[in-house]
Design a binder for this molecule. Structure first.
Ligand code: ARG
Length: 240
């Protein structure tokens, strides 16, 4: 594969999938908004660069970066060893877990109990990988958490939740904060169970091999955390 230039690009061309509240969603004006969007705009501003957001399917993001149609991804994307073969990851800006969304009366309390069950997931996410019996976790800690489930893949997590409501799937496996957002809207019918598959570290994916770019982005993440801007954005989008 070609070797990337180590140079900060003139413009941040950022891929996202705005189906993942509170990190990214479409606002009333049909524009991507959320914690991630605010973070990347702040990073771009501090770098003195324009930021262009391109909304696409989650499973298309890494390919779009490999073909150079974007040079950054911010999408609540968990750093994984497999993805790291195709992209570089910034320092982590958020740590979370997977959640299982269930009907209120479900007896399931653990990922291991999803054996033989129908699970709805957003295609290409870590929830998909875990449900599909992929090894989850890094290095020696990687293990299979869900065996023998029937996985139904959706372009949008919210559609998996619809299928759970109408009984077409038994569970949805998705990141905790997004699960909270979806369940809030269906509080009478649904509940959340956390069976920690291990921490997931959200990072910004950047063009592989572009060290200067990664260092600059990391510098800005650090500054945003240190001067209180991070907490302000978290209060606005996540803790509200
Ligand atoms: N953290 C999970 C992953 O990296 C899910 C991210 C989904 N993000 C989105 N914008 N739809 O696979």
């Amino acid at each position: 594969s070609k070797k990337a230039e180590s140079k900060v690009p003139d413009k941040l061309i950022v891929g996202t999938n705005a189906e993942f509240p509170p990190f990214e969603y479409m606002n009333d004006k049909k524009q991507p908004e959320g914690f991630d969007i605010a973070m990347i705009k702040e990073i771009g501003k501090r770098m003195g660069k324009k930021v262009e957001i391109k909304n696409m399917e989650f499973k298309s993001l890494i390919g779009a970066m490999e073909s150079d149609s974007i040079n950054a991804i911010i999408a609540g994307m968990t750093k994984t060893e497999k993805r790291e073969k195709a992209v570089d990851f910034s320092d982590s800006y958020y740590t979370t877990n997977q959640a299982i969304i269930l009907k209120k009366d479900s007896k399931i309390t653990k990922l291991a109990q999803l054996d033989g069950k129908k699970i709805g997931v957003q295609e290409g996410t870590t929830g998909d990988l875990i449900s599909s019996g992929d090894k989850f976790g890094d290095g020696k800690k990687a293990k299979v958490l869900v065996k023998g489930a029937k996985v139904k893949r959706f372009k949008k997590g919210v559609d998996a939740v619809m299928d759970l409501k109408n009984g077409s799937v038994d569970a949805v496996v998705i990141d905790e904060l997004t699960a909270n957002e979806f369940v809030k809207k269906n509080a009478k019918k649904l509940k959340i169970v956390i069976d920690s598959a291990g921490s997931e570290y959200y990072c910004i994916a950047l063009t592989k091999g572009n060290t200067a770019y990664k260092e600059e982005v990391n510098k800005q993440i650090k500054a945003i955390k240190e001067d209180g801007t991070y907490d302000k954005l978290k209060a606005k989008y996540i803790d509200s």
